[in-house]
Design a protein. Structure first.
Length: 370
């Protein structure tokens, strides 16, 4: 409760800066972040009063009758309004609305019309991104949850390698299912996203979906996967070779590894995220593969697998201590294969600390190349 109360207090500062008297939060991820409630139907009303204690008295969570017991358990410090139509019900309960902000990025056109109809007085204003701004900088509890999620993914990959689960003859789909099951066995609620396993020429497709294509000796094998723990996501990519690597595969992997190291080294508070992208991208461009690096360097990760801040050539964010981001350069050669290496890291005053710990080697240490 104290953690969620601190987050609401920080949000009130942003509300006052934005000239808002109250914020209606309807995105379920943001509701969870601010209240702890995890039901599938909810909204939250947060006042911007300078008197934090008075504002907390009026903070209200709305949900429907399916979740009254859950709301009392997960958000015992909040008053609960039991209504099916959560957002309109909260606005209808406002005595003196004033300037009312809403999550415009998460409200449909029809939903906006319902909010307008429910607001008897005051002004409804778009207020996108306020809670997301807070979520971009993680507190210690969030970093710990992310570290656990990364540890689960690390354990799954280590178990897979130890069991010779990346051998020729297994299919991409079998490897993906095996990884996901191992993550669940290690404590994950489930995978962070649909696991990517791409072998051979398929490794040149950044978001390839696993098929029944079998792994073959000499294939590059890219695995992009993560674990969901306590609502927080991990994200990691490793590219290995099935069998003995060719010289061009070694060279390509070494290039991407160098770019990834440059990106990790650039994760310093005060650095523009576009400059972090450039640090890694320049390595690949200088080697003549700039056109084969076809996506941004990374993204924030937390309660959502892709969240602020973006780390790309067009990003406008600046790094702060406590941000958790991925660094994932890749080079993709159509018809031949590709290499991507990705880690999840937390930015600290002393630089970036990797939360994913799996070896980044092209050939796993447990396997004899000969």
């Amino acid at each position: 409760m104290e953690q969620h109360a601190r987050r609401r207090a920080a949000l009130r500062v942003l509300l006052r800066e934005a000239g808002l008297d109250v914020l209606l939060v309807t995105d379920l991820v943001n509701v969870r972040y601010l209240s702890g409630f995890t039901g599938s139907n909810a909204a939250l009303l947060v006042h911007a009063d300078d008197d934090a204690a008075h504002a907390e008295d009026r903070t209200m969570l709305a949900t429907d009758g399916r979740y009254t017991t859950q709301a009392a358990a997960q958000a015992p410090d909040l008053s609960v309004l039991v209504e099916r139509s959560c957002g309109p019900a909260l606005l209808g309960a406002l005595a003196a609305p004033g300037a009312v902000g809403f999550d415009s990025a998460h409200v449909t056109v029809d939903g906006h019309a319902d909010l307008l109809a429910a607001l008897a007085a005051g002004e409804l204003r778009r207020a996108p991104g306020l809670v997301e701004t807070l979520r971009a900088v993680k507190d210690a509890g969030e970093v710990d949850a992310l570290r656990q999620a990364c540890g689960v993914a690390d354990a799954a990959l280590a178990g897979m390698v130890a069991a010779d689960g990346l051998r020729a003859g297994r299919t991409e789909r079998e490897v993906a299912r095996d990884l996901e099951e191992r993550m669940r066995e290690a404590g994950a609620e489930g995978p962070s996203f649909e696991t990517i396993v791409a072998a051979g020429a398929n490794a040149a497709i950044p978001h390839h979906r696993p098929t029944d294509a079998p792994l073959a000796d000499g294939d590059l094998l890219t695995m992009d996967f993560g674990a969901l723990v306590d609502g927080y996501h991990s994200d990691m990519t490793r590219t290995l070779v099935v069998g003995t690597p060719a010289d061009w595969q070694r060279d390509l992997h070494a290039l991407v590894a160098e770019a990834a190291a440059a990106g990790r080294a650039a994760l310093v508070p005060g650095t523009a995220t576009r400059d972090v992208d450039a640090a890694a991208r320049d390595v690949i461009t200088a080697a003549g593969f700039g056109e084969q690096f076809v996506h941004g360097l990374g993204h924030g990760v937390g309660l959502v697998i892709h969240e602020a801040p973006a780390v790309s050539a067009t990003a406008t964010a600046t790094l702060e201590a406590g941000m958790t981001v991925t660094v994932e350069p890749g080079v993709y050669l159509a018809g031949r294969g590709g290499v991507r290496i990705e880690d999840t890291l937390v930015v600290t005053d002393g630089g970036a600390v990797p939360l994913t710990q799996s070896p980044r080697d092209l050939v796993p240490e447990s396997r004899d190349e000969t």
